[in-house]
Design a protein. Structure first.
Length: 320
């Protein structure tokens, strides 16, 4: 095994191709999943469903639908999940949070999802309402658990397991949760989530690949064996990316800022840059043994579709 790994590493060093080009020759299949958010208007709903229809033929492992700060999109999330379940071939995973809800209310949501045939929940503590970053609702406020509610994602995962019949995905932060004292604390939390029934870990988006790989190594060294899936966000709006990164603890490398410098009035070039960065990130991680990628689509399909194409993900053609 060691000799094989050494030979493979040597072949990569000697290859005249870069990671993206090598991805086109990689025989190992890649699995992808996509995140969407529930629309707030008819126009936004049309945009969302255009993206869903564009990405559906790629046969994703699942698609997740977010849950707004303080449960603010609860009904819209439920409607979107139900429509994906009934009108597409995709398997929806519903986000669920603890924020601004009692245990009884959360338990009822879990039961409601089970009743309509949803078997996958993404269990998150959730973003508190009242954020200075997002103008009143979202990341950045001070989290205060309700006395009659679940305090965190670990308790939420345990509640999901009590109902039973669900896959349970949880979130992880490769560069440390903004409220955490240390990576070591984060890993202890991940272990607690696994003990509570978590079956998959979806990472926050990141751009520092080496930091993500160090995190992977520390998680595995701690004995956590559930799938760790990189979260990929191909963002072409750099100002928006900086705001999101500041709120979730994801570092923005100087080289990335340099790529976007001077492109404020050139959205098409920004898209090309975003796709290039995300594709190389995925290609490098594929060479590190990752075969699953979770894309934060922002309800747009163009960049994600192109990246999937580079990774060898093809549309599933119907057999006549």
């Amino acid at each position: 095994m060691a000799a094989t790994s050494l030979a493979a590493a040597r072949a990569l060093l000697l290859s005249p191709l870069g990671p993206v080009a090598r991805a086109g020759e990689n025989p190992n299949p890649v699995r992808v999943s996509f995140e969407f958010f529930p629309p707030k208007s008819d126009e936004a709903e049309a945009t969302l469903w255009k993206a869903i229809r564009r990405l559906e033929p790629l046969n994703p492992a699942f698609v997740s639908v977010t849950y707004g700060a303080g449960g603010s999109t609860r009904e819209r999330t439920h409607r979107t999940v139900q429509r994906i379940l009934t009108e597409t071939t995709m398997k929806p995973a519903a986000h669920l949070t603890c924020v601004e809800a009692s245990r009884d209310e959360v338990d009822q949501v879990i039961e409601d999802y089970k009743a309509i045939g949803v078997d996958h929940i993404v269990a998150l503590r959730g973003d508190p309402p009242g954020s200075a970053v997002s103008g009143g609702s979202g990341i950045g406020g001070v989290y205060q658990p309700r006395e009659d509610g679940y305090a965190n994602a670990t308790e939420l995962a345990r509640a999901i397991q009590r109902v039973g019949g669900f896959q349970t995905s949880v979130g992880v932060y490769p560069e440390k949760h903004p409220e955490s004292p240390s990576i070591e604390h984060d890993i202890d939390v991940i272990k607690a989530k696994v003990d509570a029934g978590a079956t998959r870990a979806l990472s926050q988006f990141f751009f520092d690949i080496d930091a993500f790989l160090r995190f992977r190594d520390r998680v595995r060294a701690a004995g956590v064996t559930i799938p760790l899936i990189p979260g990929i966000m191909p963002v072409s709006n750099f100002a928006g990316l900086q705001r999101m990164s500041a709120s979730c603890g994801a570092s923005v490398p100087a080289w990335l800022a340099a790529h976007f410098e001077g492109l404020d009035d050139d959205p098409e070039t920004r898209k090309l840059v975003a796709a290039s960065v995300a594709a190389e990130t995925c290609a490098r991680l594929q060479e590190e043994g990752f075969s699953d990628f979770h894309f934060y689509t922002l309800n747009r399909a163009d960049l994600v579709y192109a990246i999937c194409r580079i990774l060898g993900v093809r549309e599933q053609r119907a057999v006549a």
